[in-house]
Design a protein around this ligand. Sequence first.
Ligand code: BYC
Ligand code: FE
Ligand code: FE
Length: 473
Amino acid sequence: MPHMEVDLDTRIPNNVNLKGDKRLLRALEHWQPQFIEWWKEMGPSDFNADSVYLRTAVGVGKGGWAHFDHVKMPDYRWGIFLAEPTDDRKIHFGDHVGDQAWDQVPGEMRNRLRRLIVTQGDTEPASVEQQRLLGHTAPSLYDMRSLFQVNAEEGRHLWAMVYLLHVFFGSDGRDEAEELLARRSGNADKPRILEAFNQPVETWLDFFCFTTFTDRDGKYQLASLAESGFSPLAYSTQFMLTEEAYHMQTGENGIGRIVHRTGELMREGTDPRKVGAIPFDIIQRYINFWASMSMDLFGGEDSTNAAEAFAMGLKGRYRESDGIYKDPKALGQNYKLSVPKNGGMTEQDVPLRRAMNSLLLDAYVADSTRIVNRWNRDLERLDMDVRISLPDKKFHRGQGVYAGYWFNPAGERITEEEWNAHRDDWLPTEADSAYVKTCMISVREPGKFANWISPPHQGTNEQPNDFDYVRFH
Ligand code: BYC
Ligand code: FE
Ligand code: FE
């Protein structure tokens, strides 16, 4: 692949030489108004005429890839950017290890690859739909900006996948691209593909849990696709990962600021419920919900789909290209998986290739544990005894080998009666949700924050906290 020029002057900013491919350009320019229509209907409700201080991707070079400015969201410049290509790229895992990487889709991989791209693409607009009402209850302008930043970039991630569908999958790809705008999060007739993306995100506590845990699944899925032997997918997801970091930071800092605020209040003897802040037990239940829903996004722990995607060289292990695994073919090894048997658990040997989702989930759990530990270090500094915990990967699962069995958040197998007796201790209740909603008041004065969340340590792009991140029309 040649070195790619950045073109910012066309309707669709890109570094994929759209100008040089008139058919593709026409197809994408046909899709663009449908996307804008979708954005206006399903994107952040009622804020399309306001100016938001947004980061826009304008290139892929280290350091200078983004530009900040106040823009109206429908005028956001959603572009198509692939990471810089690697010279002489080789497939580095699976059955084709050592072969030249593909710039086109090998026929026998077409269906599986299309499915992976469509599934990835589907999550992006889904998340925007889930979050569309949150602008009305933003706890500050700083947070409102963060929300819209994340929304705009998820829109760009949709563009990234739509580009691949249009270029490499012909009329099927164009149909899929339209379907990506036709499915609706939570809609009974036309739901989004993966379960977590049909769950309501009604409050900012949900949003920060979502960006911590669900966007983090995005990081791990994108990272495994960034290893792909199909180079356009690898380059596309590599660049998406640079944007993804901000989404996860929004979540980590958001929950961190809630935990800090609640800790502060309790240390001075104030009951958070008396002052519109969020008690720890509620925070923990929301974490339990979103972490477990997000773990489902890794698919089954023992999966032939995952084995085939690995064998074909389409989806690698986390950081596969760093050479941290001893056998790039992952043959002749087993993964020890703890599975339910009779009333208890037993260890089962799963051929490593079939355990690819498990490996990725384990990396995710380790990463999430580090985040939870950071929140706990703050509680320690505040001299609070309470601690946040990540639920075990067996807890409350709807996909994979633990689905249909009962486990407590520590991962111990329990009976259905025990589950029913404790469910409301472990997962958000209607009363929790009703209470959290009462905390969600809109704060629009620059530099002011709702009482349930601490201010951030620093502003966006080095702006002061009282910066007018959103200018209302
Ligand atoms: N809900 O072999 P299995 C992001 C289905 S997030 C519903 O166990 P597989 C973002 C599965 O489709 C990252 N269905 O698992 C975050 C299959 O159906 P079929 C998104 C599910 O296929 C925040 C069957 O169950 N990217 O970017 O190895 C904001 C058996 O599946 C679920 C990707 O997901 C579920 N949770 O793995 C914005 C990457 N889990 O084929 C954005 C692309 C499984 O029997 N996707 N099923 O009809 C994949 O790599 C894989 O499809 C999965 C599932 C990892 C999701
Ligand atoms: Fe995304
Ligand atoms: Fe994201």
